[in-house]
Design a protein around this ligand. Structure first.
Ligand code: SF4
Ligand code: SF4
Ligand code: FES
Length: 246
């Protein structure tokens, strides 16, 4: 495939960015989207030009780093996949593909397609953990019975990879799907009960402080989430917050 790429280039967080056109040729339909950008970058480097900066780590849908906007959608046109799992067979020869960083005030651009998503880390630090005795006499995990439904639902919530696609997609830049998933994975389990009230209050307060917006229930975040995190988690977070507040 031969493609035209329109890519956001921005030197650093304080510089003004712009879309720049590039051509790539002989792209295999079996390549991943990131491999296609690798091909572009090899060409740029061989010409002595600055390669396009983008985040990636695992390249297998686990780390949540490869966040970018492709043709107006977080992680591109496929469903249930991250950008690193997006294959070039989703595109056609001759296509023009627009590639931009996630655009949210809480995720400032660092360079080109790389944004600073450390606001998510700070929300996690505010309550996304449990305190357990690790002194050597820790209770065996299997000693606490958990219903299959609770275990499955908590596991589903725990599959959130902190990619930020929900925020990038939400018209309000809301982080509620992310925070809802993180609150839910503990709220559903007995181990999460001790700190449940403080957890939800602190994480929601931090989310607001970091500048994320509110949820108006459009459901767009659920559609674009690569891990299929359900809107039920936002409802559960709101219930947990209500419970903690009274
Ligand atoms: S809820 Fe989904 S879209 Fe949002 S950060 Fe988690 S995995 Fe990414
Ligand atoms: S449901 Fe809609 S308004 Fe609410 S967080 Fe998701 S995208 Fe944003
Ligand atoms: S590079 Fe890790 S999820 Fe894409």
């Amino acid at each position: 495939m031969n493609l035209t790429l329109k890519i956001w280039r921005q030197k650093d967080s304080s510089s003004k960015g712009q879309m720049v056109d590039y051509k790539v040729t002989d792209i295999s339909e079996h390549m991943s989207f990131l491999e296609m950008i690798d091909v572009l970058n090899e060409g740029l480097v061989s010409k002595g030009e600055e390669p396009v900066a983008f985040d990636h780590d695992c390249r297998e849908g686990i780390c949540g780093m490869c966040s970018m906007y492709i043709n107006g959608e977080a992680h591109g046109p496929d469903r249930g996949v991250t950008t690193c799992q997006l294959h070039m067979r989703m595109f056609n020869d001759g296509d023009t593909i627009t590639i931009e960083p996630f655009r949210d005030a809480a995720f400032p651009v660092i360079k080109d397609l790389v944004v600073d998503r450390s606001a998510f880390d700070r929300i996690q630090h505010a309550g996304g953990y449990i305190s357990v005795n690790t002194s050597g006499n820790t209770q065996d995990a299997n000693a606490t019975p958990i219903s299959k439904h609770a275990a499955d639902t908590a596991m589903d919530a725990a599959t959130c990879i902190c990619c930020g696609a929900c925020v990038a997609t939400c018209k309000n830049s809301s982080a509620m799907l992310f925070v809802g998933a993180k609150v839910s994975q503990y709220a559903l389990l007995p181990q999460g009960q001790v700190e449940a009230a403080d957890r939800v209050k602190n994480m929601v307060a931090k989310m607001d402080l970091e500048g994320f917006g509110n949820c108006t229930n459009t459901g767009a975040c659920e559609v674009e989430c690569p891990k299929g995190i359900s809107l039920d988690n936002i409802a559960r977070m709101n219930r947990e917050l209500m419970k903690a507040s009274i």
